[in-house]
Design a protein around this ligand. Structure first.
Ligand SMILES: NC(=O)c1ccc[n+]([C@@H]2O[C@H](COP(=O)([O-])OP(=O)(O)OC[C@H]3O[C@@H](n4cnc5c(N)ncnc54)[C@H](OP(=O)(O)O)[C@@H]3O)[C@@H](O)[C@H]2O)c1
Length: 385
């Protein structure tokens, strides 16, 4: 039975893990807190950068000999494989930790087995504490390992009556500067930012991160089947961030010479490119999470494929009465088939309201939400193309 001290320590580990969002990919985010034998915190850390030390190593270094006989709280099962910093399970054993509590088991076949190594060395091991919170924080990596595709966070900015542009196509700026700044934080957390050819053609978006210290620029992806939307001089082709143009296998992309172009099969529906093929291509490039920034047509195709893991809607107190809706055809024709969501967070940005939700039949990370599922409030942002 977990004590209040156990819960506090693990909650702190989950919060520490979140500090790695955007800089640890393709690795998971992980946090670790070490308490000494009398329950005082003597070490804490998180996995800060891909290729850098794991969370346990940071925390154990800080704790030193004070870890002996203590408890380590880790958001993910300690790894059992030798990376640049050696297996964390072994490091915990060598530090003399008496008990290890972790939140989520490691589903990565290469890294799993840490709990067995700890037990074999006589360490008490417990799992599952605050598993829902730790899952939510690590949703991108867990989705990628479990499903072989990136975690898709679909973001849109709409009026209170659900329009993402006016009837004449103008859409700048529906939401406030505060919301747009928040979108830059969402981009910074993602490995990739995706838009369809309609958005590329209408808005000539830039899609790079601005105004976020230490941000790793995401891969900018334009889904442009016929290779007609991204023309030389397009803002996504500057050198602010890498860019990938996804085109059909038979498209004439001669004018994109020098750009990174991936050729994909067309969708079985006949409209655009195959979404599963796009996701597989991104996964092959180590993309663990992507921010889908629309527009409504491409977002509808992702929703129809069950490839929307999280929705972040910015609602501005504005009415238009006409213009496209946030989501176009998602293959849903009757109310019984509606994609029902579970709201995980609401927040205010200037005059706007941000609503974050996940499919009700799945929790973040691709598992059904637990009875007390509470997502860690994600630092996130609206369109500022
Ligand atoms: N407020 C917001 O949050 C927001 C965000 C984004 C856009 N917008 C607005 O949305 C409008 C553009 O909307 P849109 O729906 O035309 O653009 P879109 O969703 O960006 O692009 C649609 C196009 O994507 C291509 N595509 C590639 N694969 C596809 C697939 N599997 N399924 C469907 N389409 C696929 C298709 O063209 P090809 O096959 O020819 O490539 C399709 O016409 C603009 O007014 C823009 O300002 C608003």
């Amino acid at each position: 039975m977990a004590t209040a001290a156990d819960v506090n320590a693990m909650r702190r580990a989950v919060a520490l893990a979140a500090r790695g969002l955007g800089t640890t990919s393709p690795n998971p985010v992980v946090g670790c807190v070490v308490l000494d034998a009398s329950g005082h915190e003597v070490g804490a850390g998180w996995h800060e950068r891909a290729g850098g030390p794991h969370a346990e190593v940071h925390a154990l270094r800080r704790a030193g000999v004070l870890a002996r006989g203590g408890t380590a709280y880790v958001t993910l099962e300690p790894c059992n494989h030798t990376g640049r910093t050696g297996p964390c399970a072994q490091a915990l054993v060598e530090a003399g930790v008496a008990r290890v509590v972790y939140a989520v088991a490691d589903p990565d076949p290469q890294a799993t087995g840490g709990a067995d190594t700890l037990r074999a060395a006589g360490v008490r091991v417990e799992s599952g504490l605050l598993a829902d919170e730790a899952e939510a924080g690590n949703a991108a990596w867990l989705t990628s390992v479990r499903h072989g595709r990136p975690y898709i966070r679909w973001k849109y900015a709409a009026t209170l009556d659900g329009r993402i542009a006016a009837a004449d196509g103008t859409s700048r700026w529906i939401t406030s500067a505060e919301s747009r700044a928040d979108v830059h934080r969402l981009r910074a957390e993602a490995d990739a930012v995706i838009v369809g050819s309609g958005t590329a053609r209408t808005d000539d978006p830039h899609l790079a991160v601005r105004g976020v210290d230490g941000a790793v620029q995401p891969l900018r992806v334009v889904v442009d089947s016929e290779a007609t939307a991204v023309r030389p001089g397009a803002r996504v082709l500057d050198d602010a961030a890498p860019t990938l143009i996804a085109v059909a296998e038979d498209a004439d992309a001669a004018h994109l010479a020098g750009a990174d172009v991936v050729r994909l099969p067309r969708a079985a529906s006949g409209r655009g490119l195959s979404v599963p093929a796009l996701l597989a291509a991104l996964h092959a490039r180590d993309i663990r999470s992507a921010l889908l920034e629309g527009g409504p047509t491409l977002a509808g195709a992702f929703a129809a494929e069950g490839a929307v893991d999280e929705v972040v809607g910015y609602l501005a107190p504005v009415l238009l009465g006409a213009g496209p809706a946030a989501l176009a055809d998602a293959g849903i024709t009757t109310i019984a088939d509606a994609l029902r969501l579970h709201v995980t967070d609401t927040a205010r940005f200037g005059p706007d309201l941000r609503i974050t939700a996940v499919p009700a039949d799945r929790g973040p990370g691709g598992r059904p939400p637990g009875p007390h599922s509470t997502a860690v409030p994600a630092p996130t942002a609206a369109k500022e193309h």
